[in-house]
Design a protein around this ligand. Structure first.
Ligand code: AMP
Ligand code: MG
Length: 355
């Protein structure tokens, strides 16, 4: 398949260019596009065959439902059952990086919701995504635009790496704004439950939604039960093995010893870099600990960069779990396949190496 690359400005996208992509959506094609969180791979949410193509292109299991993207809260009743309370929440959190799980409307095709009685919905806060939804004249169903299992794409280069030749078009508008996916809250139950931590912290959402239940699994700990469909699958993982230090205080000790197990790459903060340099170990900087938004933006790129270096494995530093930090740690724990180590002695087992 020939994949058209359409370059647009992220803030003032050229309408004619976005229209080219919208025409593809209208005709039942699939298009990767930027949102403020990560790039999505979209199809007309009411076209069953088109939504099905998303699963093919990504290699995504069919029981992992998509998020329906709307151009505004007023479109909500097209896809879900609504009441005054839900509309109030929707108007306050959107456009923004928050996905609400709500009882679904009857006529959504099955691939979008994986046959569930609920649907995940959001209005993205990105000029290109909003223009695309508006010009397509239909809600757009989209998961992240990566191959299943890989880190989510935060720029068009990542999307091209994973999906060139597998999708009809890729809209390139540079880097996304947050770098981690939306926060998913289930409003179909009372009290609401956090299904996935994301760009907006629960601290910021509770004044609008009320008390949100945060299950243990939201931290990204290994779990037998998936709190949301699809969460049981391998996620965010680079090809190379990554271990995560359980505690910031042990990080340098673990890192130092890891150099005896092969060639490590330190996946760490700018603040940590001087100490890592002093050990003579290469670093891949995620962002600044003093501003976790920079860490969120650099997270998935740093995991992809690891695969491009000649390091044998990555050793990641842990971060504060407040605000967007909960999403960062959730993704890191999953990216490492839950390989969290608390002392250097655990390295040989964690890395399958003698050291
Ligand atoms: P992605 O954008 O790639 O993160 O995929 C969307 C995610 O939304 C899925 O992995 C699901 O976990 C979640 N999701 C979609 N629909 C529902 C739903 N009806 N109930 C709970 N979670 C959902
Ligand atoms: Mg995804």
């Amino acid at each position: 398949m020939n994949t058209e690359i359409i370059k647009v400005d992220p803030i003032e996208p050229d309408r004619k260019s976005v229209m080219r992509a919208a025409r593809i959506i209208r005709k039942g094609g699939i298009v990767a596009f930027p949102t403020e969180t990560v790039y999505g791979l979209g199809a007309d949410a009411f076209n069953e065959a088109a939504a099905g193509k998303i699963f093919e292109a990504k290699g995504r299991p069919r029981d992992n439902p998509l998020i329906v993207h709307l151009k505004g809260a007023e479109q909500l009743e097209l896809v879900s059952l609504v009441n005054e309370e839900i509309m109030n929440v929707a108007r306050k959190v959107w456009p923004g990086p928050v996905t609400l799980v709500l009882p679904r409307a009857h006529d959504l095709p099955d691939p979008v919701t994986s046959g569930l009685k609920t649907v995940a919905v959001r209005v993205p806060a990105h000029p290109v995504a909003l223009a695309l939804i508006e010009l397509s004249g239909t809600p757009i169903a989209a998961p992240s635009a990566n191959l299943a299992g890989k880190p989510s794409p935060t720029n068009a280069k990542h999307v091209i790496e994973d999906l060139q030749g597998r999708v009809d078009a890729i809209i390139d508008a540079g880097e996304t704004f947050f770098g981690v996916e939306s926060t998913i809250v289930n409003l179909a139950v009372n009290p609401p439950v956090l299904l996935r931590p994301g760009a907006l912290g629960t601290e910021e959402l509770e004044p609008i939604i009320g008390k949100i239940t945060v299950p243990e699994e939201a931290h990204g700990y290994e779990s037998e039960v998936a709190i949301a469909p699809g969460m049981k699958y391998r996620h965010y993982a680079p090809a190379k093995r990554v271990v995560l230090a359980g505690d910031r205080k042990n990080y340098l000790k673990i890192l130092e010893r890891s150099a005896g197990c092969g060639i490590p790459a330190a996946i760490c903060s700018e603040e940590m870099k001087p100490a890592v340099d002093a050990l003579g170990i290469r670093s891949i900087i995620i962002g600044r600990e003093s501003d976790l938004y920079t860490v969120a933006r650099g997270l998935f790129s740093s995991l992809r960069i690891l695969d491009e270096t000649d390091a044998d494995f990555g050793v990641a530093q842990p971060f504060d779990e407040r605000g967007i930090g909960l999403a960062i740690m959730n993704r890191l724990r999953k990216a490492t396949g839950h390989t969290i180590i608390n002392s250097p002695d655990e390295l040989p087992h964690a890395l399958y190496r003698q050291c």
